[in-house]
Design a binder for this molecule. Sequence first.
Ligand SMILES: Cc1cc2nc3c(=O)[nH]c(=O)nc-3n(C[C@H](O)[C@H](O)[C@H](O)COP(=O)(O)OP(=O)(O)OC[C@H]3O[C@@H](n4cnc5c(N)ncnc54)[C@H](O)[C@@H]3O)c2cc1C
Length: 388
Amino acid sequence: MASIELALTEEQRALRAGVLEICKRYPGEYWRDLDTRREYPEKFVTELTEAGYLAALIPQEYGGAGLGIREGGLILETINYSGGNAGACHAQMYIMGTVLRHGSEAQKREYLPKIATGALRLQAFGVTEPNSGSDTTKLQTTAIRKGDRYVVNGQKIFISRVLQSDLMLLLARTTPVDHVKRRTDGLSVFLIDIRDLKGFEVRPLRMMMNHSTNALFFDNVEIPATSLIGEEGKGFHYILDGMNAERILVASDSLGDARWFIEKAVAYSNQRVIFGRPIGANQGVQFTISRSHISTDAAQLMRDKAAALFDAGEPCGGEANMAKYLGAEAAWEAGNACIDCHGGYGYAEEYDVERKFRECRLYKTAPINNNLILAYVGEHVLGMPRSY
Ligand SMILES: Cc1cc2nc3c(=O)[nH]c(=O)nc-3n(C[C@H](O)[C@H](O)[C@H](O)COP(=O)(O)OP(=O)(O)OC[C@H]3O[C@@H](n4cnc5c(N)ncnc54)[C@H](O)[C@@H]3O)c2cc1C
């Protein structure tokens, strides 16, 4: 039976201290400048990779640290808590799980050690499409087998970090939906090398926050048949297998954001004097911050429960989804409290509050929107009718 440790172990404290040490070298100015130019935090991600942190979840036999999801989450949480944006590099931690669980031994030996050292970067995950959105099984990108290759045609939207990755995990339909029993069948997942791929076009999108997000176009793109992960037609199920890890890690991003906002809000409210006293002495200011602290602590307990279950190999779908929901909502609540107490300064770029406010908002929508989390809980946790 899994149990939640309320305090960090000595190793986890050391892990956190190591990540904080790196983050200190990348202060608000660094992230702000990249945000203005919409550029990728290349230097930060390289340093984090070289120090081994992005290989935390890769087993030791493939060159990683072999740590658990709790530690992976702690790394991402620490980055966001320190004022950075783990969204630039969090995907590698959950994408590689599909390769690890369903890839062949040859694929694992070929890719995982290189991903661990940073020789190859796998930060791109191509699922969402313009015409299917959250309804993944309706995606229209096809991959048709021709001899020793698959030919890919279609479009993807909002796919992040493609220009910064060497590899991408791609979900495409290999059997038409009217030829399969269940619409969740007939989708396949591929690990493709996207460097110099003929017929593949990447169009960067200017988004609300600096997230290196793109529209992708596949025009008769040929990929080797060896890039198929596991069995053809089972891709949707493989991706679902990785969802709990994704939810727990994204909840951790949000918890880091929430803690950053709360710390910043408390410090500012204690020192800003208006009407002859610190603004934090007013209940209208103080209570919104207190409330967001309560939400954040509750979200952390759920994240820790989900992580404990996950690391013990126990079912954790409900907890992982609830952790993602609570984390995203807590960060948004804390972001609002923080921007409110800063008054006009909350909108000034140099305070970083507005940047973090934009960044934290994403997790209410992606990688899955919170409405679909509620739908999951209604159906799978509470046993109500499927609502979508
Ligand atoms: C910055 C950014 C980065 C992203 N990066 C990636 C990436 O790297 N890879 C990738 O594959 N995708 C990525 N996404 C896509 C993201 O996962 C989707 O935007 C998200 O899953 C929602 O899909 P959609 O935008 O098509 O919204 P839709 O599916 O059109 O939904 C729109 C809204 O309608 C509501 N809704 C829809 N259906 C229901 C329902 N049944 N019940 C209740 N409410 C419903 C939800 O509130 C939802 O927010 C990214 C998105 C953003 C904004």
